[in-house]
Design a protein around this ligand. Structure first.
Ligand code: COA
Length: 620
């Protein structure tokens, strides 16, 4: 039975069920509203669902992330609210890009009533915030953090007001923003000979994670030295053009051979590390971790090229890139101003592990690196507690579907990747250390299971968990059949795995998926975790570890059996060429829109839910 007697029937019309839509969805669900979702796949699709909409008769339609225009017939008949990631008056599809480009001090979000012009409808609510000052401010981090937080607040306020008085007030305010066009590559363009490192860094960040900064990467033969070099320039030729992502400034303190740097040309790739490329700039050097090949007229396949670790991306067209000098770094210390995706620190008998994998995706290579780091830690007898901090934006999204897609054999690579991530979970589950997951960013699919495999799981309140194995056509592994029922029981496990819906920390704690959550910024969050360890864990640590050993001894066979059984089904998912996984994965990484909204979230086909809803109203 619903608790909130004033709940509403809300429909989301969205481009994709992205992090912002997921956040608003879970917040509204908490208030017991009934929510359905339809993707705006194309004009025809929306025409076709008009009937469904009129059968369902929603109280309100919300569009937290929509890049298309709502048809007049819909906004004339229903209250349709559009969320725009800009201050009042701002309009256009590149709001955040322009906000970073112009170094805006203040930015915000605006909730508007749908109108016949994009972002121009009457304003319902807005929120202004200070632009964050973090040095690695990317467009996607601004969106996933500040925009999500502010949007959640104004949408919930508006829905609450509307629920109580069934009326929307429009604001008559001074609109400081302007209408700005789609930002094209002219504004993102970088010139290694003219721009300094900070300027290039800013342009890549402003364009990350979409569309990236377009650049040409040419392989040049030096016949005197009989070597090849790779040069980045603006001489676009549609054949060797790539989009760049994942920028990190290099301070030049971690270059093994300074002569190689000195002798390189500006714009030359002179070093590689963990499949990222390091490019000499006018005043130092810059790492680029990911590239997406630009599609040209002759590429007649569906979707986009896959975004890949830079070395993999270039090697698809020229394997001489593998000859670039490799630079390895240590893991047992944080190094500033370089590219370091995983490291750990030791304080007494506590070790903090930070792993910031791009988009939270963990390739076989990255999993093995993490295993190496965890083994270094667990072989240190001084250490008793291991805190897994993950990254700021994502804790983990499970195996890396992009590197799998573009591997020599995706079935074999999927198999290697799942085994590698399983090995990480095995260490967390079975080693004689007390593991704490301190989750700062969202988790998806196997990343959720990995996060909750620790002995204690604490999360920032804002985190969203997506138990999305099924959405990718997978049974899932990472010992979920052992970990989930143990934490939340069989019934909830089935619900979570079958529903394929995002859940928030409050619900996650309520059902026992996580142990605690804290509402804090990243720095304070880390401080709170350390305080918690000092006050509640350190004094009992030997007992906690003994208890863990006992449980593992008792459950050892069961744990191994769970892995075996999960992998047996996963093998079918991976190696059966007809399994839906291959198509779903390919569409996901090539950004090919689904043909329809998934059934678990879409509007009901019949009036079945109306009947339930009418009964609920009668119950009020
Ligand atoms: N492998 C490779 N890339 C991944 C990934 C994965 N497992 N999970 C997410 N990404 C990438 C997306 O392609 C997207 O890339 P972009 O930079 O080109 O835009 C980026 O991460 C953000 O993902 P997005 O879906 O936009 O983020 P979200 O926060 O809105 O949604 C999820 C999160 C988890 C629902 C969604 O990313 C997802 O379903 N991921 C796949 C999870 C999975 O099936 N893992 C494998 C099984 S263990």
């Amino acid at each position: 039975m619903k608790k909130n007697l004033n709940y509403m029937k809300i429909l989301f019309i969205i481009t994709s069920f992205n992090s912002l839509s997921q956040k608003v969805y879970v917040e509204l669900k908490k208030l017991d509203h009934v929510i359905h979702i339809e993707y705006f796949i194309n004009e025809n699709y929306i025409e076709n669902i008009k009937n469904k909409i009129s059968n369902y008769n929603p109280d309100m339609i919300i569009c937290p992330f929509l890049t298309k225009k709502i048809p007049e017939e819909i906004y004339n008949n229903y209250l349709v609210l559009i969320l725009h990631p800009g201050i009042p008056g701002d309009a256009g599809p590149s709001s955040l890009d322009w906000a970073i480009y112009y170094n805006e001090e203040l930015w915000g979000v605006t909730l508007l009533k749908a109108d016949n012009e994009f972002d121009k409808g009457p304003i319902v609510d807005y929120k202004i915030f200070n632009m964050p000052k973090r040095e690695n401010l990317t467009k996607s981090s601004l969106y996933r953090k500040e925009i999500v937080d502010a949007s959640k607040e104004i949408i919930i306020n508006t829905v609450n007001k509307y629920t109580n008085c069934k009326k929307i007030d429009f604001l008559n305010i001074d609109k400081k923003g302007k209408s700005r066009p789609l930002m094209n590559q002219k504004y993102r363009k970088v010139d290694f000979n003219a721009n300094n490192t900070n300027e290039i860094f800013k342009n890549i960040n402003m364009s990350d994670s979409q569309p990236g900064v377009l650049i040409n990467i040419k392989c040049v033969y030096n016949n005197i030295k009989n070597t090849y070099k790779f040069i980045l320039s603006n001489n676009l030729d549609k054949v060797n053009d790539y989009y760049m992502y994942g920028a990190h400034i290099e301070s030049l303190n971690y270059i093994i051979n300074y002569d190689i740097y000195k002798n390189a040309d500006i714009g030359e790739i002179f070093m590689q590390r963990d499949h990222a490329i390091c490019i000499k700039t006018k005043d130092s050097a810059l790492w680029v971790t990911h590239l997406r090949k630009s599609k040209n007229k002759n590429d007649n396949f569906k979707g986009l090229y896959v975004k890949l670790p830079a070395i993999y991306s270039i090697s698809k067209f020229n394997d001489k890139i593998f000859n670039i000098n490799k630079s390895h770094i240590i893991y047992n210390k944080k190094l500033n101003n370089t590219f370091q995706e995983i490291y750990y620190e030791i304080n007494g008998n506590v070790s903090n592990v930070y792993f910031n994998f791009y988009n939270g995706a963990m390739s076989t290579y990255q999993c093995r690196k993490m295993i190496h780091v965890l083994n270094e830690i667990i072989n240190n007898d001084e250490i008793k507690i291991v805190v897994l901090f993950g990254g700021n934006e994502y804790f983990s999204n499970g195996i890396n579907l992009c590197t799998i897609q573009e591997s020599f054999d995706p079935s074999i690579e999927s198999w290697k990747n799942i085994n590698a991530i399983n090995d990480i979970v095995e260490i967390i589950l079975t080693s004689n250390k007390y593991f704490i997951s301190a989750i700062k960013g969202n988790c998806g699919a196997g990343g959720v299971t990995m996060a909750i495999s620790s002995d204690y799981v604490i999360s920032k309140e804002s985190v969203i968990f997506n138990m999305h194995y099924k959405g990718m056509g997978l049974y899932g592994s990472e010992y979920w059949t052992y970990i989930l029922p143990k934490r939340i029981g069989k019934k909830k496990t089935k619900e979570l795995v079958d529903n394929v819906l995002p859940i928030d920390t409050i619900y996650a704690k309520k059902i026992g998926l996580i142990d605690e959550y804290i509402n804090e910024n990243s720095y304070a969050f880390e401080q709170d975790i350390l305080k918690y360890i000092n006050s509640c864990i350190i004094n009992n640590i030997n007992i906690l570890i003994e208890d863990k050993k006992k449980t593992i001894n008792e459950d050892f066979d069961k744990i191994q059996k769970c892995r075996y059984n999960e992998l047996k089904i996963m093998k079918e998912n991976f190696f059966d060429k007809n399994s839906s996984y291959h198509e779903l994965r390919s569409n996901f990484v090539k950004k090919i829109n689904p043909l329809k909204t998934p059934n678990n979230i879409s509007l009901p086909q019949s009036n079945e839910e109306d009947i339930i809803y009418t009964c609920l109203i009668k119950d009020k």
